[in-house]
Design a protein around this ligand. Structure first.
Ligand code: SPV
Ligand code: MG
Length: 580
């Protein structure tokens, strides 16, 4: 079900009258279920006519008794109950916004008809067309089928009762003349038209199964004269199924206001279904049937599945995405300052570094935070966070700590190293990225390329990255080519900050690649001497080498990391001035 065409009954109901007022021929397409309803509602062609741009679409929908019954596997003989018809009508109304005209068959007896009117008007249907035959009618198009016409007075009374029961002025009851179908004359039809108009009919439909439009053109001419005589304006409807060479312009010229393409979507679907089925039986596979089948994605698009996918993706990126902070390692360089505590609990201007990180994440609606502890685990306190311990933190790398929080990774996650502090907008910007893996990287690398490189994670962009005064950088265009501490720093364009976001797909591939490496590799891989020492950046490089696109989001300063005592001093200074 697509939500794109959502509307309300009171908004839709009056639309048919409004379109009729515009004076052009109203083009109506049949629908027999939700899918055909969406097609009839949304189909639009654009092109040129006489050098002018034109768009063309259907103005309204026809809920046909023939195609509704046939879709359910029944003949069109009023054997499908009104409730079952109403089910189809509701299906169509739920996914469309254009006016709906319902084929009311004979309308049943006047009491039945009153209930039908009430329910149709209530649902937002714009018009019902009832035919002047005796219940249970037979479809009009089959030669030789029994066609019993109703007595005009009885039928006129049914219309009168219907008009009295409807509540709004928007709803239309249109009388359908079956004289020509039953082999009677144009004069018989005209006589009936007069009766029905006088009973209050909002319009007339003249039906014919002739291959030529002569008889309905004749009727149209005389109908105009009748309207003039009665001093009425009432639209004239036709169903050009058999006389299908006649153009819309010719129908309008002849005085018709509405043309209904009454069964064409079902008939074309039927032919394609038959061809498809036969081809599969002949070839014993479906390849040859493919030309008759729409791509599955077209159907997904039509029924709104792609919209759902997009919204899921947005939800995933914006709320409840878990954050994993690997904080298990021991920081040798800060041994004297830490006194057995992990770096995450280091005091920065009166608050542990980890608490500053959590506050920042929470500010960006990231409430599901998991901290992976190891060294000094007993010292870690973080309100509202889950703690997971990596007891083997001495053996592996930060990657092992990430995987200690394995069940937080699967649906996508944010990775934040435990030793960085950053401005809030960087997180917000990262959350808005839709790519599968996005690494936050700093482009001020030119200032410290030559610093001791043993803990800078260099990143080399696939695109040549010229430092320039002004630029715009789109994440989807920014592909990482190489990442690691040991890549040639001359080629490095950025520095990985220790912040990354993984979509569900990105996380799935990250986990798969890790499992494959651990299970099937031995010895060196990228910068790891041994598979047990595989680092986060090694795994990312491996994914890139396996042709998975890893994007980067460019940041220019706005963050710090803590490795040395002087970093703590700087951090404390910066955060003191933030909170005087
Ligand atoms: C229908 O579409 O069900 C109609 C039109 O009533 S016809 O089948 O031509 O009678
Ligand atoms: Mg019908």
């Amino acid at each position: 079900m697509t939500l794109r065409n959502n509307t309300l009954p009171e908004i839709r109901r009056g639309k048919l009258k409004a379109i009729l007022k515009q004076g052009n021929l109203v083009r109506v397409m049949e629908a027999h279920n939700g899918l055909s309803g969406i097609i009839a509602n949304n189909l639009k062609i654009e092109g040129q006519s006489d050098g002018q741009p034109v768009t063309r679409e259907f103005d309204a929908l026809w809920e046909s008794s023939l195609t509704d019954s046939a879709s359910k596997g029944y003949p069109d003989i009023e054997v499908v109950s009104f409730d079952s018809r109403l089910q189809t009508i509701s299906e169509i109304l739920a996914v469309t916004s254009k006016p709906l005209i319902v084929d009311g068959d004979t309308g049943g007896d006047p009491n039945n008809f009153e209930y039908a009117i009430t329910r149709l008007e209530n649902a937002g249907v714009s018009a019902v067309i009832i035919e002047d035959k005796v219940f249970p009618k037979r479809n009009s198009l089959e030669d030789g089928a029994q066609q019993t016409l109703e007595t005009p007075k009885i039928f006129a009374n049914k219309i009168r009762r219907g008009k009295q029961i409807q509540i709004t002025d928007d709803f239309m009851i249109i009388a359908r003349l079956e004289s020509l179908i039953a082999g009677r004359s144009v004069e018989d039809a005209l006589f009936r038209a007069r009766e029905y108009l006088l009973a209050g009919a909002d319009g007339i439909m003249i039906h014919s199964k002739s291959k030529e439009p002569g008889e309905i053109f004749d009727f149209a001419k005389k109908y105009r004269a009748l309207l003039k005589e009665l001093d009425l304006e009432r639209p004239l409807v036709c169903v050009p199924t058999t006389y299908n060479k006649v153009t819309e312009d010719e129908l309008a010229e002849a005085g018709f206001n509405v043309a209904i393409y009454a069964n064409h979507l079902l008939r074309s679907a039927y032919r394609a279904m038959m061809k498809t089925g036969k081809n599969i039986l002949i070839h014993q596979r479906s390849f040859e049937a493919d030309p008759y089948c729409a791509p599955v994605r077209d159907i997904f698009k039509t029924v709104g599945f792609l919209d759902v996918k997009e919204k899921d993706k947005q939800d995933q990126t914006n709320t409840n995405i878990p954050v994993v902070i690997p904080a298990a390692g021991e920081e040798i360089r800060l041994k004297d300052v830490l006194n057995g505590k992990p770096k995450a609990m280091l005091d920065v201007a009166g608050k542990p570094l980890l608490h500053r990180q959590v506050a920042l994440l929470n500010k960006n609606n990231l409430m599901d935070v998991t901290v992976v502890t190891g060294y000094g685990a007993e010292h870690v306190r973080a309100e509202g966070c889950s703690l997971v311990e990596n007891k083997d933190y001495k053996k592996g790398t930060l990657l092992n700590s990430i995987f200690a929080a394995r069940d937080k990774l699967e649906d996508g996650f944010v990775l934040l190293y435990s030793d960085i502090l950053l401005e809030s907008h960087i997180i917000a910007k990262l959350m808005a990225c839709e790519e599968d893996i996005v690494l936050a990287v700093d482009d001020s690398i030119q200032y410290h390329k030559n610093e001791s490189g043993h803990y800078i994670d260099f990143v080399a962009s696939k695109k040549w990255n010229l430092p320039s005064r002004r630029k715009i950088s789109f994440v989807y265009e920014n592909d990482v080519a190489r990442i690691g501490k040991k890549i040639n720093s001359d080629n490095a364009t950025h520095e990985f900050m220790g912040l990354a976001k993984f979509s569900k797909t990105g996380a799935e591939r990250f986990i798969q690649t890790y499992q494959d490496c651990v299970q099937n590799y031995e010895g060196r891989l990228h910068e790891a001497d041994d598979i047990s020492k595989l680092s986060f950046t090694d795994l990312i490089q491996e994914m890139i080498d396996r042709e998975f696109t890893v994007n980067f989001m460019e940041v220019h300063k706005g963050w710090i990391e803590v490795h040395y005592p002087e970093d703590i001093e700087l951090a404390s200074k910066l955060f003191k001035s933030e909170n005087p």
